[in-house]
Write a protein that binds this ligand. Structure first.
Ligand SMILES: [Zn+2]
Length: 451
């Protein structure tokens, strides 16, 4: 009885969502698009953009008001470039106008998501349910360019649940992953004593490929080379969530004796771009998103600029020209492959140094964005390590922050991962200095350790 109720309540809906006709329908739609011409894709993108803008004019109070003031008429849009008449949408604008950005006909029906922010600003947003299915479809297609096929046994080096609080979520994730053929190893618990398990699992699970955060992939690759291990052959490796430097790519490819494919995404939009086998840049999902690179005034630039993204299928809380905090550069030439999607030449996403302890435990940089996701009253944060036994966390607080509760929850999450080896100190500051390129670095290690 208990089993049955568990099955119907948790397992079956997950099964449904996996087999859900819409995800597969959208997946097939996106797969079909990759055989179209660049002009056909541009036409699809424009038609989707016009439909979205029309929806915003009818149902989204924020755009109704600001477009009226601007004198912008969505019906006049002739090309995607006409978007430059509209201002950029920053995280702070979304925070200030949160309710007005939700479409009136989707109020209360959306999925709410939180992010630790690629630039150290915790952030909350919503998207509609169909949007979720579409995101999956686009992501599966992008991974497919690396050789992934739906249902392939995939080993994940990924950030999992942290501490006791997340046990329920962990079980849900486990079932979902199981149904997708995924085996997820939690990199937040990787250290020098258990790193061999990340290799052992390749022998026992026999995956088709590995998807991982870049830095744990790199750690494992170094370990494999150091121990001279010959790992079973893999079809592909996909690196995600962190930038992939060429020096890291070489080491990972050497250790696993297979190609590594770079991807770029963020929580607000899931997969934005991915490499094909020609690896001349990241193909952008322009039949699903508008991806612009802009200066601070919202004008398109051919140089390095703000990643500025419009999700053509988030009708629940449309984010038009959303600036996610990353810097990127579009490629002016097209790929030598047959895909109709343009290329992103480079992206400077989150720069996350790892945090280490005297005993050799490692906290990947991704740990902190994950932890800060739920801290809505934190405007910005930065983790700095100058000594092996302590870290300093700088916090720019918003009104209403319960600092004692926040400190307690962070202390216990860090303790769950590295025990008593690391003391955490909090500093409440008015501002956090940005890097020369205008980004906030989420974690900074000033220790002289090889990355
Ligand atoms: Zn290509």
């Amino acid at each position: 009885m208990l089993y049955f109720s568990f099955l119907s309540k948790h397992l079956y809906p997950l099964y449904e969502s996996f087999r859900g006709r819409k995800t597969h329908l959208y997946y097939r739609e996106y797969l079909a698009n990759q055989h179209k011409t660049p002009d056909e894709i541009a036409a699809i993108q424009l038609q989707k953009l016009k439909a979205l803008l029309h929806h915003c004019q009818l149902h989204v109070p924020y755009y109704q008001k600001s477009w009226r003031e601007l004198g912008f008429d969505p019906a006049s849009v002739q090309s995607v470039a006409d978007l430059n008449q509209l201002p950029l949408l920053t995280k702070s604008l979304v925070r200030q106008h949160y309710d007005e950005l939700i479409a009136s006909n989707f109020r209360g029906k959306n999925i709410t998501k939180t992010t630790g922010g690629s630039t150290g600003e915790p952030f909350r947003f919503e998207h509609d349910r169909e949007n979720y299915d579409r995101r999956q479809g686009v992501a599966w297609r992008g991974y497919g360019w690396a050789g992934y096929e739906l249902g392939d046994k995939s080993l994940y080096y990924w950030g999992g649940a942290i501490g006791r609080v997340a046990k329920k979520a962990a079980l849900k994730d486990k079932l979902y992953n199981m149904m997708l053929g995924r085996n997820v190893l939690n990199v937040f618990y990787m250290d020098k004593d258990n790193i061999h398990r990340f290799v052992d699992e390749i022998f026992s699970f026999k995956p088709h490929g590995i998807v991982g955060y870049t830095s744990p992939l790199f750690e494992v690759a170094q370990y494999i080379l150091e121990k001279n291990i010959k790992v079973p052959s893999l079809g592909w490796i996909i690196s995600a969530a962190e930038p992939l430097y060429e020096s890291q790519r070489e080491i990972i490819e050497q250790a696993f004796a297979t190609k590594v494919f770079n991807t770029y995404g963020c929580r607000e939009f899931t997969l934005i771009g991915a490499e094909c086998s020609h690896q001349q840049g990241l193909h952008l999902n322009t039949d699903h998103l508008v991806v612009e690179v802009t200066d601070d005034f919202g004008q398109g630039t051919q140089g390095i600029g703000n990643m500025t993204i419009t999700d053509l299928h988030n009708y629940g809380m449309p984010l038009i020209r959303f600036v996610n905090g990353d810097l990127g550069k579009l490629k002016q030439t097209s790929c030598s492959c047959d895909l109709p999607f343009p290329l992103l030449e480079s992206v400077e996403g989150r720069k996350l140094d790892k945090i280490v302890t005297r005993e050799g435990k490692i906290i990947p940089g991704e740990f902190f964005p994950r932890l800060f996701r739920e801290m809505r009253e934190v405007e910005r944060y930065q983790v700095v390590q100058e000594h092996l036994d302590r870290i300093e966390i700088n916090i720019v607080a918003l009104p209403g922050l319960d600092s004692a509760a926040m400190e307690h929850s962070i202390q216990s999450a860090v303790k769950a991962v590295v025990g008593q080896e690391l003391s955490v100190f909090f500093h409440y500051v008015d501002a956090i200095a940005l890097t020369a390129s205008g980004k906030n670095r989420v974690t900074i290690s000033k220790l002289d350790v090889a990355s």
